[in-house]
Write a protein that binds this ligand. Structure first.
Ligand code: GTP
Ligand code: SPV
Ligand code: MN
Length: 580
């Protein structure tokens, strides 16, 4: 196979002469191809076949133990001007970055197969979709891209018609952490990733393309590429509101996107559009619409059980690739809080010994096509996406942040987004549980200077007076014993209902210095085991604590210097005054 598109052909030829693969495989995205790759990986040991009676078409992949999460310290944005990347990114001069990483690619595919993977992010016929081609020497990456994107011939056809695409060159190299780099060249629409086979480092359509490169493209073209789930909430009358929610990695997007309404909420239905990434644009009427660029999920496994997320639990019982989970004696996948079975093997493939730590890696993942999801929305394939009623920011905060509050305006909402902080999780290498600023849940993913990004967010209120309302939620408040105050998961629907009530102007708010909180009577607590005192704590704002918080937000914003938008400073001053 080859291509009629000269720019694609030239780039493949160049990559072949650089990396010197033994074979070249153009991916057509067919089921036969997928099955062939799975078979080959079973032979090579890249995959381990799970119990096919209970887990048909399910396989386990074990990563190199040094390669189990995104590596933010090895991820770079390479722009000519360092300020364009901003203090939120690691930066390298493009010429130097190419030189550094090209040395690693020289001859890297000797004796290996080079896969050419054309993919489309977004419904194949959507004007808002964007395409790319990933060159990789990892069959595991190809199989994941097949489940997670519209991959193969149709994407190639669109690329040949449009003539432009994002170029992604990937090799696992020797999986040496000292020779691992994830480089982005926004001006060239190019990604080069070396030395990792894991998730966001290696599946280049996901974080590298659909967030880092796309956020930069979106800035030029007037749209937004965000780390957001998209969910439809249908009320008993059959009306559906769509919400787009940005929570940092491993902070509850997949769970919220697949929420199952509790028995106490009869008639409510929840539809999943996407669980990780949303591309947002304004339509002719100034309404914000969202598409999910992905076609599958790369979700956190631990914690998934019949009570927390039955949709996901059922969804990963067939045609699923598990990465870094443990095994039971019956050769079934096992993870912490699965609540069924016992592990005998850990994620490294060693026999399991409890005191030595978890059986599944805390960042173990499932890869599965969205069509496996019982709550998959038909509108996920709509070329123009769905109208978003509310944007919801959130973080994992033990203290301080109330269960939910509402911004007074778009500008105030942008400030709330810019001030998001959250405890770090196992999704990225490094310490876990440290509170850090993670504006709009995009700290690891914004492909340019956050100051310019906030300016871009602010610009939307000049283009439309029909924008979604903005909210902030926190499911993770704890008491002194370290227990969660809010039951979370399915019960989060009660909070989403309040958000929708606010969008429909059905209820008022309790105005506080930081924004509008619910009056406790407006949160449905029917059948909920929660004391009025705890609810009150969840729905209150401690001004003295918030004064410390805004000092910290102020310092953070100041680190963006002169580039910080005046309108954001103005919002910040208003908040400071409200709290004084
Ligand atoms: P990424 O895929 O890394 O972007 O993560 P995500 O934001 O999709 O997070 P996910 O839904 O996978 O949840 C991560 C962890 O948080 C899991 O262990 C969940 O069990 C837990 N979690 C999710 N929602 C809630 C909640 O409402 N309350 C509590 N206490 N835990 C939750
Ligand atoms: C995240 O870390 O936000 C993820 C997993 O969704 S990864 O694909 O590794 O980025
Ligand atoms: Mn994510």
């Amino acid at each position: 196979m080859t291509t009629s598109l000269t720019s694609l052909k030239d780039w493949i030829d160049k990559s072949v002469s650089q990396t010197l693969p033994e074979n070249i495989h153009w991916c057509d995205g067919s089921e036969e191809e997928y099955n062939y790759l799975i078979k080959e990986m079973n032979k090579s040991g890249d995959l381990h076949e799970l119990n096919q009676d209970n887990y048909p078409d399910c396989y386990l992949h074990r990563s190199d133990p040094s390669d189990v999460a995104r590596v933010e310290h090895l991820t770079f944005i390479c722009t000519k001007n360092e300020d364009d990347a901003g203090p939120n990114n690691n930066w390298m001069m493009p010429s130097k970055a190419h030189q550094k990483i090209d040395r690693l690619f020289d001859g890297a595919m000797r004796g290996r197969t080079m896969y050419v993977v054309p993919y489309c992010m977004g419904p194949i016929d959507s004007p808002h979709a964007r395409c790319g081609v990933e060159i990789t020497d990892s069959a595991y990456v190809v199989a994941n891209m097949k489940l997670m994107t519209r991959m193969g011939s149709k994407a190639l056809k669109r690329i040949e018609k449009e003539g432009n695409f994002v170029k992604g060159l990937h090799s696992t190299g020797q999986l040496d952490p000292n020779n691992r780099l994830i480089m982005h060249f926004p001006d060239e629409l190019m990604i080069k990733s070396f030395g990792s086979g894991y998730g966001g480092n290696a599946l280049l359509g996901k974080k590298c393309h659909a967030l880092r490169i796309a956020s930069w493209q979106a800035k030029q073209e007037g749209w937004l590429a965000e780390h957001m789930l998209i969910v439809g909430i249908e009320n008993p009358q059959g009306e559906t509101h769509y919400l787009a929610c940005a929570f940092p990695s491993a902070c509850g997007k997949t769970n919220l996107a697949m929420l199952i309404p509790p028995k106490s909420q009869p008639g409510w239905k929840v539809w999943t559009l996407g669980d990780d990434i949303a591309w947002l644009h304004l339509d002719k009427n100034g309404q914000m619409r969202a598409i999910n660029p992905e076609a599958g999920y790369f979700g956190v496994v631990p914690g998934t059980n019949e009570k927390t997320n039955k949709n996901a639990f059922d969804m990963i019982k067939n045609k699923t690739i598990y990465t870094n989970v443990g095994l039971t004696k019956d050769n079934e996948p096992w993870w912490e809080d699965k609540d069924i079975g016992e592990p005998v093997t850990d994620w490294r493939g060693n026999s399991f010994e409890a005191p030595k730590g978890p059986a599944a890696h805390p960042n173990s993942r499932f890869t599965v096509s969205a069509t496996n999801n019982p709550s998959y929305s038909k509108l996920a394939e709509a070329p123009d996406g769905v109208v978003i009623s509310a944007i919801v920011f959130g973080g994992r905060r033990k203290t301080l942040a109330p269960l939910v509050y509402e911004a007074n305006s778009w500008e105030h909402g942008v400030l709330i987004g810019a001030g998001v902080a959250s405890e770090t999780t196992a999704a990225a290498a490094g310490e876990v549980g440290v509170v850090r600023r993670d504006p709009m849940a995009m700290k690891p993913f914004c492909g340019y200077n956050f100051a310019d990004y906030w300016d871009h967010w602010l610009s939307f209120s000049k283009k439309s007076n029909n924008l979604p309302k903005i909210f902030h939620v926190n499911w993770f408040r704890q008491n002194e014993a370290g227990e969660f105050l809010w039951p979370g998961f399915g019960e989060n629907l009660r909070v989403l209902r309040w958000i929708i009530d606010r969008c429909e102007n059905n209820v008022g708010t309790n105005e506080t210095a930081i924004g509008g909180l619910p009056n406790s009577k407006d949160i449905d607590t029917n059948d909920l085991d929660i004391s009025p005192e705890v609810l009150k704590e969840l729905l209150s704002v401690e001004n003295s604590e918030w004064r410390d918080e805004i000092n910290s937000i102020g310092e953070y914003l100041e680190s963006y210097g002169d580039r910080l938008p005046a309108a954001l400073k103005k919002e910040f001053t208003k908040l400071e005054m409200a709290l004084s």
